[in-house]
Each structure stands twice: as structure tokens, then as C-alpha cells.
Design a protein around this ligand. Sequence first.
Ligand SMILES: C[S@@+](CC[C@H](N)C(=O)[O-])C[C@H]1O[C@@H](n2cnc3c(N)ncnc32)[C@H](O)[C@@H]1O
Length: 279
Amino acid sequence: MYSAPTWDPQQYLRHSSHRTRPFLDLLARIPELPADREGRPPRIADLGCGPGNVTALLADRWPGARITGFDLSPEMLEQAKKTYAGTTDGGGWLDFRPADAAHWTPDEPYDLIISNAALQWVPNHPESFPVWTEGLVPGGTLAFQVPANFTSPSHALLGELCETPQWRARLTGHGRRFVHILDAADYLTRLADLGLTVDVWETVYSQLLQGDDPVLDWVKGTALRPVLTALDGDHEAVTDFLAQYRDLLRKAYPPGPHGTVFPFRRIFAVATRGQEPTG
Ligand SMILES: C[S@@+](CC[C@H](N)C(=O)[O-])C[C@H]1O[C@@H](n2cnc3c(N)ncnc32)[C@H](O)[C@@H]1O
């Protein structure tokens, strides 16, 4: 039976500087919000906010904003609340609430709905684009970033290992269970069909990781969550699975003189609603 994976905020945050960079690249392409021009506090939703560290970067750019991070994971929400919830120096606030992005709808007008590295976990999320963008004020923006590296060795090997005779009965599908992204061109078309002004692009980051088995350490925070959740409580099976996966990753990503290069492709989209005609 399907159940959402258990997240480990501390493990996820171990690579926070590499994981934060795409969010900063996304943020740099988001235009001025309508609220900036109108002198009211911006209203912002961050879907799949995780431990809140990127949500807090929204408050750095819009210090007066009222920002809510939504997430499905109690562990992530607890970390976000204890670290970042409260009022900001600019007169705004940050709060964090449980919500499933698959069913979330805007309950008030938003200037910005943003999601970083989360929608790949949300089946059918493009079906929500119409309702999300209808929830934007005129001139408001929907912006998201999703990883697009699911055919790379790190993920392909995980999927293949889950389907081997030893693991199939317990782990079939777990290597690819949460892959729900579209191609960049499909995102562009879907958003443009809604009458939005759209900017979609892809970037491959050549990430240089340090330490022993750093790719394994990376995926322990993300792609391995469904496997670790499914094997929860079976220490011996977890140790055995991780040793097999580690050996495959060592061959696919051998350490070099400067560290281990871990290429990572990501898709970005920034879609802005037109202004109401002024009359
Ligand atoms: C890789 S983390 C990204 C966290 C954060 N946005 C960041 O950029 O650091 C993915 C997050 O998406 C959340 N998530 C997964 N499925 C979700 C859903 N259906 N609704 C809300 N959040 C979800 C997970 O709980 C996790 O916190």
C-alpha cells in the first residue's frame, strides 16, 4: 500500500548549499510582485516547503510579506516551525501549515505561489495549474523548480536495484515512485495555454561533492526516502540495500582529484498572470 515517505530534515540539509542554489536562480527570475507596486504586504505560498530554509529566503527578498510554507511531512514542518516561524524584521511573517499539494487550492489571492524541488513528488500537479493561477492576483506569479535527473545513473541504478529478485517483493516501484515531472516544453505549453507569460528553462549543475560516498549521502536525503521508509524497522535489510547501492554508485561516480562530480539537471518555470486592463 502507498504511504508518503518519512523525511529526515537533518539528512536533507546536509547538502543545503547545492540544494539552495537552484532556488536562488529561480528567485532571480521572478519579477516584481504586484504588491510591491501597490504598497500592500505581498502574500506568498511555498508548496512543499521542507525544512523552511528556502522559505526564509523569500522573506529576505520580500521582508514585509505574509508567507506560508505548506508541506505534507510532520518532520519537515516541525523543523521549519522551530527554525523560522514568526514575524520578520520587515513587518511580515512566516508560518508553516500541513497541506497536500496534490489537493491544495488558494484560499485567498496570492502574489506568488512558489515550489522548489517538491512537485516531482506530487502526481498530476500540472492539473492544478489552472486553479493555482486563478488564485493569483493580476500580475502575480507561479514559479517552480523540479529536478529532471531521473534517467541519470543515481536514479536509474536505484530503480534497477529495487526490481532485482532480492528486493522486488518489498521495493518494486520504489525507485521511481515519485517521478511525476513533465518535459520542459510540456510545462511551457501548459502554462502558456492558460494565457500566462512564461519563462521555462533547464540547467545542469556540475555539482562537486566531498567526502566518502557523497552521492549516496545526497540521495539518502531525497530519492532514497521511499526505500528507507518501506524498509523501516528492518535494520539488516537497510544495511544490505545501502551496501549494494553504494557499490553501484561508486562505479558510476568515481571520486576525482577535486571530489566527486554529480551532474544534476533541473527544470525551472516562471509564469506570470497578465495585469487587468486599466481604464
Ligand atoms: C526535496 S524536499 C524540498 C524542500 C524545500 N522546498 C527545499 O527546496 O529545500 C521535498 C519536500 O516536498 C514535500 N512534499 C512531498 N510531497 C508533497 C505533497 N504532496 N504535498 C506537500 N508537500 C509534499 C516533502 O515533504 C518535502 O518536504
